[in-house]
Design a protein around this ligand. Sequence first.
Ligand code: PMP
Length: 339
Amino acid sequence: MRYYNTLIETIGNTPLVKLNRVNKGIKGTILVKVEYFNPGNSVKDRIALKMIEDAEKSGQLKPGGTIIEGTSGNTGMGLALVAQAKGYKCIFTLADKQSQEKMDILRAVGAEVIVCPTNVSPDDPRSYYSVAKKLNEDIPNSIYPNQYDNPSNTLAHYESTGPEIWNDTDGKITHYAAGMGTGGTICGTSKYLKEQKKEVVSVAIDSYGSVFKKYKETGIFDEKEIYPYLTEGIGEDILPKNVDFDMIDHIVKVTDKDGAVMARRLSREEGLFCGWSCGSAVHGALEFARDHLKEDDVMVILLPDHGTRYLGKVYNDNWMKDHGFLETRKFATAKDIIS
Ligand code: PMP
């Protein structure tokens, strides 16, 4: 019989799939690593498992404990799955800009979800960072993994995402691109790949409204770069400890609209029904590829999550129109057909 003892054994070993349409006119082989094949439908299952197992090993997490995290949803899902398999409780704090679907999904898998205001500074006591920290102080036998600063996040990608990409491309990878939020995905994977072949170029995808690109290019933490934006999961108004700028060669900023439009194109033209930041990653990576890739180059772009979590936003025509992201109605009405 071939079966897994728990769902968490199915984390990782996600497929690489070649892009065939949205990259038309761009040289090189462009592959996407489709992380929605993970059991929680996102790349964050990898770090959830690693953060929990490392907390167990260090003795911080004991049987019956509670896991508290400030999460944009995907890390919560991963932590909830791993917690269930191992018998822990979960409480998550989310910013109120996160999609309703993400909150519903977390509640569906048994977690408690606390919604916090988006547009307050990280050190404001109402922010989702501060609320998570306070709960951790108040609840006995609880841990606050803190994916932003926890080295197990980067390590999960160094130990799993990186080797998978290296092996599946037979070491032929020349460029690696991924969105950048906590920094764990881009930095952990790039570190492994650069150790195998130092010429591998890493391209991080950032959002307008985030501090990363300016900081990488000038060393200045410029508060003027910070303004509200909608894309979930990429860009930050802080510098997480998991960001190691030495592991990143280029940063490309992408607008909310360009990311959303590309996510829809990936779904309709490639059959990849993926999340908003997947669209951002592909849009930004292709912008870079257009100017830099040669025929023999192999670029891998990591797609973090699945499209279901964005049905009410990116995949809703009315929402897209309300935000000025979609000009024309795509679907005809009965009246159009009769007349
Ligand atoms: N996209 C989505 C949807 C995410 O949830 C995250 C995690 N914040 C990222 C991209 C960025 O990944 P990382 O935190 O590893 O930089």
